[in-house]
Ligand binder design. Structure first.
Ligand SMILES: Cc1cc2nc3c(=O)[nH]c(=O)nc-3n(C[C@H](O)[C@H](O)[C@H](O)COP(=O)(O)OP(=O)(O)OC[C@H]3O[C@@H](n4cnc5c(N)ncnc54)[C@H](O)[C@@H]3O)c2cc1C
Length: 368
């Protein structure tokens, strides 16, 4: 195939798109990233949790496929697995939460009694003092055993190596400001890069770039906070991720302590999303409710980053409905690390064969 493809955005979406296109036989693939390095934004500032149960069954199906690819990666990514399968402990009330019922019905899901929960993760309180329990709503715990943490550094390194292997040209410090589908793209210095097809993989910055080509697709960046706290005791890297559905909260053991979030989500402008100290207080409050941690929780590092949604909060994968030769792998929301590989393979099939046979193509296609 002699068509030239220019991918804009060097986060996991752009890297995975370039990998999937190159392995599908596309020649002349190039990737442009505005920063000095690849994957400096959401793709390296996320929680790297592999947790497939989620409210939207379509996203859940994509996450299950992503989980499989991360556990058993294609050979050209050169790793046995990108997952530490320590498990995910889910805390919630299935009677009132339909998506929890789906995970409870999975054959591998295990109901956890208090003693088993304690043995699996000694920090977790079996009954959280400030979480309301009533006659009609009782929180329970389950273990989803084959999920856990994604080896993010290894995954990004493997994708970068694969691009080198396939001869994909990577331009860093290259801010693409204007797209001319069918012709190419301009950078901030008005340099022109000829290309037949353009792929928007610019995460939180997808909408303005797509609009420069005449696309009317909408993307909404939302902000989420994470912090790393000292737990006041030795941590075991084999403890599972903990995910609470009520008063949302999650905790994961990382090298420097406990990675915590209260799953906040506020629509923001991608250019201005500073850390909000009130959200950090909520995370600390929920950590006290959920975990046996010191009364004074020492925060080592806190940050916020952007999760960006497409229409109806589903991924945007495929061709623009109105603008020919303009393609998307964007709007990966809170699941891009889990779902980049399957969505990139879907995009590559679509771009190289002119159609996608993937069962989720209609749900993720921009024309929906
Ligand atoms: C706090 C937080 C926690 C998360 N936790 C998880 C998790 O546990 N599991 C999971 O699966 N997912 C998680 N995610 C989601 C995941 O991080 C994202 O879905 C994913 O990183 C999005 O990747 P991306 O490549 O689309 O965007 P980005 O990583 O933001 O990459 C976009 C890139 O495009 C570049 N760019 C933008 N405009 C231009 C331009 N004009 N020219 C050139 N380059 C440009 C940017 O510099 C950037 O590098 C989390 C996200 C956040 C914020």
């Amino acid at each position: 195939m002699s068509t030239r493809t220019l991918i804009v955005g060097g986060g996991i979406a752009g890297l995975a798109a370039a990998w999937a296109l190159a392995r599908a036989g596309a020649r002349g693939v190039e990737l442009h990233e505005q920063d000095t390095q690849l994957a400096m934004h959401a793709s390296s500032r996320n929680a790297a949790i592999l947790r497939t149960p989620m409210p939207d069954p379509v996203l859940e199906a994509a996450a299950l496929e992503g989980a499989q690819l991360l556990r058993t990666p294609p050979r050209d990514l050169g790793a046995d697995s990108f997952v530490d399968t320590n498990g995910v402990v889910l805390l919630g009330d299935p009677l009132h939460t339909p998506w929890l019922q789906r995970v409870v019905a999975r054959p591998q899901t295990q109901a956890l009694r208090a003693d088993r929960l304690q043995a699996l993760h000694p920090l977790v309180r079996s009954v959280a003092p400030t979480i309301q329990q009533s006659a009609t709503s009782v929180e329970q715990a389950w273990l989803v055993p084959d999920e856990g943490s994604i080896r993010l550094g290894a995954l990004l390194t493997a994708l970068r190596s694969a691009l080198e292997h396939y001869g994909v040209r990577v331009h860093t410090r290259s801010t693409i400001t204007h797209l001319e589908p069918g012709r190419g793209a301009y950078d901030a210095q008005r340099r022109f890069y000829p290309a037949d097809r353009l792929v928007v993989a610019t995460g939180a910055w997808a909408q303005p770039l797509a609009a420069s080509a005449g696309s009317t697709l909408r993307f909404q960046p939302t902000r989420r906070h994470l912090l790393i706290a000292e737990a006041g005791r030795a941590l075991d890297a084999r403890w599972p991720v903990v995910w609470a559905e009520q008063a949302p909260f999650y905790a994961r053991v990382v090298t420097r302590g406990l990675l915590l979030s209260s799953c906040d989500e506020v629509a923001v402008d991608a250019q201005h999303a500073p850390v909000d100290p009130r959200v950090l207080s909520t995370i600390v409050e929920r950590a006290h409710a959920r975990l046996h941690v010191p009364a004074h929780l020492a925060v080592r590092h806190a940050w916020s980053c952007l999760r960006t949604h497409g229409p109806n909060e589903r991924f945007v994968v495929g061709p623009d409905p109105l603008v020919p030769d303009l393609w998307f792998l964007a709007g990966l929301g809170g699941h891009g690390i889990t779902c980049a590989l399957p969505t990139a393979l879907m995009l590559a099939e679509w771009m190289t064969r002119g159609t996608s046979t993937h069962p989720l193509a209609a749900a993720f296609g921009p024309q929906r």
